[in-house]
Ligand binder design. Structure first.
Ligand SMILES: Nc1ncnc2c1ncn2[C@@H]1O[C@H](COP(=O)(O)OP(=O)(O)OP(=O)(O)O)[C@@H](O)[C@H]1O
Ligand code: SF4
Ligand SMILES: [Mg+2]
Length: 348
């Protein structure tokens, strides 16, 4: 993420005012409603928000996987100088798996149960290297399994996904995603289903691979702790909209948005007792069909009454709080700093 004033096509990845809405029988679901960010090669962006905030829909949108009749997509997605929202679906298909690849939350749904892990990595490779011989593709699959830390890869390559443990399946999916050296990797909750030790290993692996391959990485999570050490920049989403965006260090040291304060308060910390450390954000996520008026967070925000009624009537827009650091909140900046320093920081 850099200065959004720079033209979109000049960044490696640039998302501009992305909107993805779904026509459903219950009404229009505004899953993603005005998301913008930039990301360069070799950098990591963390997208953070509660369940239903539009994180997965954003990433599937970048991958071009929302081309159903019921999806309405607007805005721009620039990848290496090429705009994808208006692009030919065949072109996006070519890029998917090769230039951009995705790791899903649950490898069991992303991997086919009837094919061996090796067959699936081979297939992912040969789709984009049709001239590659089977033997060469198999060697490549074994290399990749080795690279992601699967023991005895030349033997495990012939196992089926169910013969792998959860952590190993996740590694295999990373191997499959990386087999074509993508320059953009999107990891959607890559560790949620795993226990804490394996989580840390997978995150280390993603970081090592990124350093080795210099790709741009988007890590999606509901847990700020996951991206604390990994992300260069963080985008916080609430109800389909970005509410705060900035360098990770700034966001942790001087967060500007009351929702981010809530997320920080619910972040697991190794140095605290479980009881003490987990304070979830009070209330429930908003409906994306009848989105609350004004700031969508206002029904849950402890500070909404400090804005003279604006919180419930006027949509706050992202404004610059510090260089490259933006937040969407009606509270005056000085007031936010006071609240954070006096009330929030001492409890974190
Ligand atoms: N195809 C679809 N049709 C209608 N609504 C959808 C569709 N896909 C997603 N949604 C809705 O869009 C909203 C955002 O979904 P999304 O999957 O992006 O959330 P998320 O932030 O990834 O949450 P989680 O942390 O639970 O994975 C949800 O309310 C979801 O029900
Ligand atoms: S705009 Fe109002 S409701 Fe929204 S986060 Fe700021 S203070 Fe809270
Ligand atoms: Mg999701």
């Amino acid at each position: 993420m850099t200065d959004l004033a720079k033209p979109a096509g000049e960044h490696f990845l640039s998302v501009r005012d992305l909107r993805i809405h779904f026509d459903t029988d219950d009404g229009l679901v505004r899953s993603v409603d005005g998301v913008s960010f930039d990301l360069e090669r070799g950098k990591t962006l963390g997208i953070v928000g509660e369940s239903g905030s539009g994180k997965s829909v954003t990433s599937l949108g970048i991958m071009g996987l929302h081309r159903s009749k019921r999806a309405r997509i607007a805005g721009e997605i620039w990848l290496d100088g090429e705009e994808l929202v208006g692009a030919d679906p065949d072109r996006v298909r070519q890029l998917r798996g090769r230039t951009m690849a995705m790791i899903f939350q649950d490898p069991l749904t992303a991997m086919h149960p009837y094919y061996t892990v090796g067959q699936q990595i081979v297939e992912a490779y040969r789709v984009h290297h049709p001239q590659a011989k089977k033997r060469e593709a198999r060697t490549r699959a074994i290399e990749m399994l080795d690279r992601v830390g699967i023991p005895q890869p030349d033997r495990r390559v012939d196992d089926y996904p169910h013969q792998f443990s959860g952590g190993m399946r996740q590694r295999a999916m990373i191997a499959m995603a990386l087999v074509n050296d993508p320059s953009l990797l999107i990891a959607d909750e890559p560790t949620t289903a795993l226990d804490v030790t394996v989580q840390a290993q997978i995150l280390d692996l993603i970081r090592d691979l990124q350093q080795e391959f210099g790709s741009a990485v988007i890590i999606i999570t509901h847990d700020l702790g996951v991206v604390a050490e990994l992300a260069d920049d963080i985008l916080v989403m609430y109800g389909g909209k970005p509410v705060e965006r900035g360098p990770a260090a700034t966001l942790f040291e001087a967060p500007e948005h009351p929702y981010t304060w809530g997320l920080l308060g619910s972040m697991p910390r190794l140095d605290r007792e479980l009881q003490e450390r987990l304070v979830p954000v009070k209330g429930t996520p908003p409906s994306l069909i009848n989105v609350p008026s004004g700031c969508a967070f206002h029904p849950r925000c402890p500070y909404a009454q400090l804005t003279g009624g604006r919180s419930s009537s006027e949509l706050p827009v992202l404004t610059e709080a510090a260089p490259r650091h933006h937040a969407a909140c009606h509270l005056p900046s000085a007031e936010r700093h006071r609240i954070f320093t006096e009330e929030i920081a001492p409890r974190l």
